[in-house]
Design a binder for this molecule. Structure first.
Ligand code: SAM
Length: 245
């Protein structure tokens, strides 16, 4: 059913086989639907003309966002550490900079991008306890973009250390503070259903989208129509699972 509304992103048996050995389970999943990028572009990029822009995505997964903006005339590049994901991007004609995001300054990426997009691929807990390193990471990220260029970033906060809830929340607040210092706007995701609508994995109620040089989030007419249906389908799927268990 999901595929009828949002096509799956792995389109051939070869792509499914390639991604079967991806590091992340979500990326191995051939039934992952292409949900999120169109809705993000509709609600966060009002009036932004992507045609002719050079855009960098950090951790592209199935390249949903790269594909969408290429269709609008942008040229998309990506940074990725997982070999099957790198190969998928190259087969689809994207320039992929191989490497680990934690070593962003050493990857030799040619900056000057018009925009940078990161949905769930970076993690502030990579630098837990070292605010200076977290700040340096975010500064390097921003530095890849022209001063007038845009950024759209949402992290995937996950800590290997079992931190008390208050400490986990404090570190997210540290990330938010650094982003604010660097001129980002913060849009706190109001509910996990909204996160899911944008294809964001909802890890914490403090989870926020950080944007720079982009319009303030606004619900587009398309989202006013689509979101209630999206919510209804999610409820029906949940009920269906309950029924079958
Ligand atoms: C959770 S997926 C998100 C994919 C896509 N942005 C989306 O929203 O569907 C994380 C992506 O980032 C990549 N990734 C995770 N950690 C990374 C790291 N340290 N360096 C580079 N890429 C990383 C993964 O291989 C995967 O492609």
């Amino acid at each position: 059913m999901g595929a009828l509304i949002h096509p799956f992103m792995l389109r051939t048996p070869e792509e499914i086989q390639l991604l079967a050995s991806a590091l992340e389970p979500g990326i191995r999943n051939p039934h992952r639907a292409e949900h999120g990028p169109a809705e993000i572009l509709g609600d966060f990029f009002t009036g932004v003309i992507l045609s002719g822009q050079r855009v960098l995505e950090l951790g592209p997964g199935h390249y949903e966002f790269c594909e969408k903006i290429r269709a609008q005339g942008a040229s998309a590049e990506a940074v990725e550490l997982d070999l099957p994901v790198i190969e998928l991007g190259r087969r689809r004609g994207f320039k992929v900079w191989p490497g680990n995001l934690t070593q962003l300054p050493e990857l030799g990426i040619t900056g000057g991008f018009d925009g940078l997009f990161c949905k769930g691929s970076n993690n502030p807990f990579w630098f837990y306890g070292d605010e200076a390193r977290l700040r340096a990471y975010i500064e390097v990220m921003v530095g890849l973009v022209k001063p007038s260029g845009w950024c759209w970033i949402v992290s995937c906060p996950y800590s290997k250390l079992a931190l008390p809830a208050a400490e986990f929340a404090r570190w997210l607040a540290v990330e938010a503070g650094i982003c604010r210092d660097l001129g980002f706007q913060e849009w706190r995701i109001p509910h996990k259903a909204v996160a899911s609508y944008y294809g964001i994995s909802y890890e914490h109620p403090q989870l926020a989208v950080f944007t720079r040089n982009l319009p303030v989030h606004g619900w587009s007419a398309a989202s006013w129509v689509k979101f209630p249906w999206f919510g209804l389908r999610a409820v029906l799927r949940k009920l269906g699972r309950k029924f079958h268990s």
